[in-house]
Write a protein that binds this ligand. Structure first.
Ligand SMILES: Cc1cc2nc3c(=O)[nH]c(=O)nc-3n(C[C@H](O)[C@H](O)[C@H](O)COP(=O)(O)OP(=O)(O)OC[C@H]3O[C@@H](n4cnc5c(N)ncnc54)[C@H](O)[C@@H]3O)c2cc1C
Length: 458
């Protein structure tokens, strides 16, 4: 509980946009990840960069942890206070698109701009902002940078990191740091943009970004491919990549996910299929046709049935269904645990086989979907956290999923970050020395450990 005079200081800065009541704190005690709930003491929503700086200064002077929060859609517990108390700093008051420059191909946005709003504004100029996480209708650009979010187009177009040209952020003393700029090339000092990517709120509070935008592809072709055996769908993913075709989108759903999404969305997904690939190739019309023929051949050789979308509406309907995979699965049981272990693409069949074996071994309900073209599967366990015995099996299964991913030269997180949810697994991947290096880096910037403390185990 903060003293009244400290609350008054926050109110002097942000006026009405300060909340302290218990019922309000409950709303900020959780995010989209499964984990412990923990309420903050105060929530502040600054409307200007000066208000951000002043809020940070008050926190620093009074040793109050600062948990920066965009839309709270992260899946690693990154916006839940690590222990009771602290200040949740909401970025939703910083939601202006400041410039869209069609000559030099960049957009300047405040950190709380919603991803889909930026994409739509850029599209009005006939251009494309490619990163399109499944959460893009809610997630913010700041959250995307802090988690290095990927999306359905990441395979060909890359992830948020590939579009970040510049960032402005504050650190614990409330000073403004400016990194990057509006030029294509820039080598002035450390790459602080790179430092902010995947920083999960531990190294500064970002307020503004310069994001690269690109011309959209001239043509595209989208298809849905159904398989009687999901292992063949996985082999098709590896085959397409090995045949030097890079689709814009190469998404996978297993039979459990197909049925669940169809039940929720009713769009005519093939519920008898064991696996489904959603594929889009794009680029110059001639290249699109060539790539389509290669993809079609590979899929058909593996028994896939290829159904091409006849128009944008048909395509959008299926892509929307894919975006609903997580929310559809979430309807089934009280607790959902979603992982994003990622492996080199050639190892997708081995990873899928391991997931099947683990589900059986621990007798769990699991749906798997994901950005298969990136090697990024989302095994999603449906459970009930009140059932202690089942939760023990769930935890063992998760441990095993990560162990297998690392054995296959993969990673424990392709896009969701570490936060609190995966902190205990970080050392398995990077080792003690790397964690110590990160700890020293953070201590130099944030000696009191106030910026999202204890996340990533730091
Ligand atoms: C249905 C669903 C689908 C999803 N699909 C995808 C997907 O396809 N790809 C993908 O990568 N992720 C996906 N996610 C995860 C999530 O949406 C992303 O991680 C997203 O980038 C989080 O954005 P946010 O604004 O919600 O950030 P938040 O959850 O609010 O914050 C995430 C982290 O960033 C930090 N942070 C936020 N803003 C700032 C800032 N301005 N300065 C400093 N630190 C900051 C926070 O402290 C926290 O650690 C999905 C989530 C859901 C619920």
């Amino acid at each position: 509980m903060l003293e009244k005079n400290i609350i008054k200081k926050f109110k002097d800065i942000a006026g009405e946009n300060v909340w302290t009541e218990e019922k309000d704190m409950m709303c900020y005690s959780y995010d989209a990840a499964f984990g412990e709930q923990c309420p903050p003491d105060v929530v502040v929503k600054p409307a200007t960069y000066e208000e951000v700086s002043e809020t940070i200064k008050i926190c620093n002077e009074n040793s109050i942890p600062i948990i920066t929060r965009g839309a709270g859609t992260n899946l690693s517990g990154g916006t839940v206070p690590a222990s009771k108390g602290g200040c949740v700093l909401l970025t939703s008051g910083l939601n202006k698109i400041l410039e869209i420059n069609t000559e030099d191909m960049y957009a300047v946005v405040q950190t709380g701009v919603v991803t889909a709003d930026l994409a739509a504004a850029v599209a009005e100029h006939g251009l494309l902002y490619p990163p399109d996480p499944g959460s893009m209708k809610s997630s913010t650009i700041g959250g995307n940078v802090a988690e290095n979010a990927g999306g359905l187009r990441a395979l060909k177009y890359g992830v948020t990191n590939d579009y970040l040209m510049g960032t402005k952020f504050f650190y614990t003393e409330g000073n403004l740091i400016i990194s990057g700029g509006k030029t294509v090339k820039l080598v002035t000092g450390f790459n602080l943009n790179g430092l902010m990517v995947s920083s999960e709120g531990l190294l500064g509070v970002m307020v503004e970004h310069i994001m690269k935008i690109v011309p959209p592809p001239a043509a595209s072709k989208a298809m849905m491919v159904t398989f009687d055996d999901i292992m063949n769908a996985c082999r098709a993913v590896s085959g397409i990549i090995a045949n030097k075709v890079t689709p814009a989108t190469l998404e996978l759903m297993d039979s459990f996910t197909i049925k669940t999404v169809e039940e929720a969305a009713k769009i005519g997904l093939p519920t008898t299929a064991d696996g489904l690939l959603l594929i889009e190739v794009d680029g110059h019309p001639a290249a699109v046709e060539d790539e389509f023929q290669i993809v079609k051949r590979i899929c058909e050789e593996l028994g896939g049935q290829v159904q091409v979308a006849n128009n944008a509406e048909e395509r959008d309907k299926v892509w929307e269904a894919r975006r609903k995979a997580l929310s559809s699965l979430a309807r089934l049981r009280p607790t959902l645990i979603l992982e994003d272990a990622t492996v080199p693409r050639s190892k997708i069949p081995a990873m899928m086989q391991a997931l099947k074996d683990i589900t059986k071994k621990y007798d769990l309900t699991m749906g798997t979907f994901g950005h298969a073209g990136d090697g990024n599967l989302h095994p999603t366990i449906l459970t009930d956290k009140r059932n202690k015995e089942e939760m023990e099996r769930v935890h063992k299964a998760v441990d095993e999923i990560f162990a297998v991913a690392l054995k296959l030269d993969g990673t424990i997180s392709g896009e969701h970050g570490i936060g609190s949810a995966k902190a205990k697994y970080l050392e398995m991947e990077v080792g003690k020395g790397t964690i110590e290096y990160m700890r020293r880096l953070k201590a130099g910037i944030d000696p009191k450990n106030l910026l999202n403390p204890h996340k990533m185990g730091l």
